[in-house]
Design a protein around this ligand. Sequence first.
Ligand code: FES
Length: 86
Amino acid sequence: MIVCVCKSVSDRQIKACLEAGANSLEDLQIDLGVALCCGKCGPYVQEMLDGVPSCCGRGCGGACSSVDAGDTATQVVVMQELALAA
Ligand code: FES
């Protein structure tokens, strides 16, 4: 689904950008150009951002926050599985 008509940016592109580590509207503006023309997509893009759990910032898409923060071994396994799946 196209989210930003002005720049022809889809929700999939935004999700991929978020999974790659973008965590602010400014990041998405720089990476994809969303919300820089008419701005009508801004609120929806912000909703997508708000739905992303805070996490390690390493592009895990929030998977790290689903494991015990103190369990480094589990986090490493999760990150390796995500890397293999990509
Ligand atoms: S629809 Fe995104 S800037 Fe216009």
